[in-house]
Write a protein that binds this ligand. Sequence first.
Ligand code: SAM
Length: 377
Amino acid sequence: MSTLTLHAASSPKAPSIPKAPPTGVVRFAQRLQRALGSLARRMSPPPFALLDLVMSRWVGDALAAITELGVPDRLAAGPRDCEALASELGLHAPSLYRVLRALARSGLLVEGPSRSFALTETTRALCTDHPHSMRNMVLEVLRPRNTEVWSRLPESLRTGASAWGKVHDVDLWTWLEQHPEEHGIFHGAMVELTREAAPAYAWALDYPSFGTVCDLGGGEGQLLATILAAHPTARGVLVDAPRVLEGAPAVLARYGVRERCELVPGDVFSSAPKGHGLYLAKNILHGLSDELGLRALRAWREAMPPGGALAVIDVVVPATEGPYLQWLDLQMLLASHGGRERTRDEFAGLFASAGLRLERVIETPTPLDLLLARRAD
Ligand SMILES: C[S@@+](CC[C@H](N)C(=O)[O-])C[C@H]1O[C@@H](n2cnc3c(N)ncnc32)[C@H](O)[C@@H]1O
């Protein structure tokens, strides 16, 4: 693996990393929310409850469409009338009105006088400059590359095979490299998702006590940037494909940590830079079959010094009832390299086969937990 020497100035106003709310409180609130949702469903006649559920997919389609066309950014400063919006954006005003009206009746926009519309607190996060923007994530879920794969769910249920290869000639990572706009949306979406959850992981461990933290498949560095900002004496190494690392200096500079992070292009499915105290792998193993996951884990173990540790951040499927991202598991069924979300025991078994021992699982207030493992010898 060679080292990239990309430099960017540190931001003078690096954000401080907030403490995450207590896991128990967040999980209780989620349970309550689910119970209220299921109560509301039970109070509707079953056919309408079902219709509501399946048609909610169109809400996502409508949100993705107006986001792609730039409508939320034009509403960021305040209400606008539909005719003016349509003419600025080159859209068909009567059709735009129908979409905006539908979103307003779903509580996602506010309709004012003379066909004017404003954003709500929720839809403000569709704007590009919003500090908690989910713009790329909203686009990501509904990209044709994704919806085409989801339309093959019945086929995957018959064969157990990923649908991605039936629709695309090359794997997701190669495909994204070949499609720059989609590459930007996917990695932008990863930054957005990780930005919201990373404070919980940044405070879950005493990172400086491990020595250097090496994030395997760390994307554009959002998790590592948050950890380094929370721990001013920590140093990091970020590993991903060269094209992905091009986005990292800007993310690291935003947190004022560029100088404490080395960028190393490499293939983390079969190797890792040697000798770091703690390796991180967030949302990597869930995209790999047991066979590929084991191959990666063995390579990471090889790279670890004696006593070295690995922190896997992924969904941990509860043995019985409990909150977990079940839909992400289906995304893995359809579009990954034979991956799936795993239970604690399944992780422990995989680690053991690779010569690693699961030490503890740290629950977090996010849908993902942190599994800390050590070299077994
Ligand atoms: C689901 S994303 C997770 C990114 C990041 N860890 C996070 O959670 O925000 C998977 C990451 O693995 C990277 N990746 C995929 N295959 C890789 C490979 N063979 N070597 C290095 N990185 C790879 C992708 O570029 C992507 O950044």
